[in-house]
Design a protein around this ligand. Sequence first.
Ligand SMILES: [Fe+2]
Length: 277
Amino acid sequence: MTGDLLAISDLHIGYAENRRIVEELRPGGADDWLIVAGDVAERFDDIEWALKTLRGRFAEVVWAPGNHELWTLPDDPVQLRGEARYRALVELCRGLGVHTPEDPYPVWDGPGGPVAVAPLFLLYDYTFRPRGTATKAEALAAAHAAGVVCTDELLLHPDPYPDRESWCRARLAETDRRLAERHPALPTVLVNHFPLRRDPTYVLRHPEFALWCGTEHTADWHLRHRAAAVVYGHLHIPRSTVADGVPFEEVSLGYPREWTPRGGPAGPRRILPRGRA
Ligand SMILES: [Fe+2]
């Protein structure tokens, strides 16, 4: 098998310019796979359009949810909240033939493989706390004082869990179990909208925003689950870093106001094979 394992996130196709980018996005060859690491859009019809469009072009599409897919906007005809919304997104993807965190992990057998491509939905638990704070309440107070509060606080409902950190805890337990079940000889490509480690958040312009960016509990998952690479987004700071010899790829497209000063939008990043321009 030939082809490339490609990844992109944070498509935000509510912006016309970004929608056009998705319209024009094409694989380099018939065997290319595309990982979509969350924040496609907020409205169900937009999410469906984008994933259906991409599924029609790539040999496989693998999706992990971002926080924006989980927002319940007042003008979305789909008013589901929390877990019910997530489950409806999973069913939408299944209907389109898109892999989700609830499905068996597809195996990339192309160049750089074989690896299990594992989309994850883990959320965050307010443990990426600002310096000088020790609890979620203190951390949130500091964020409010700095004027940095993620819109998730208003639109990402945790139902039926009492709060987002409880939902995160349930996802961590379930996902850790699923990952441990895969064939132990098979390395992984871990795909999570939120960074698995805190260090990528150190470059955030507003450090308080890290509260809504992940959980300390996944700091060693790239080692525990034998990651050949880790793919994430959410920060809108596209870059490649390495931790313990494992490449971490932030693959966000981001908002037009972010990619315009960079000279234009970045296309999907090649995850495998590595080391080829
Ligand atoms: Fe996000």
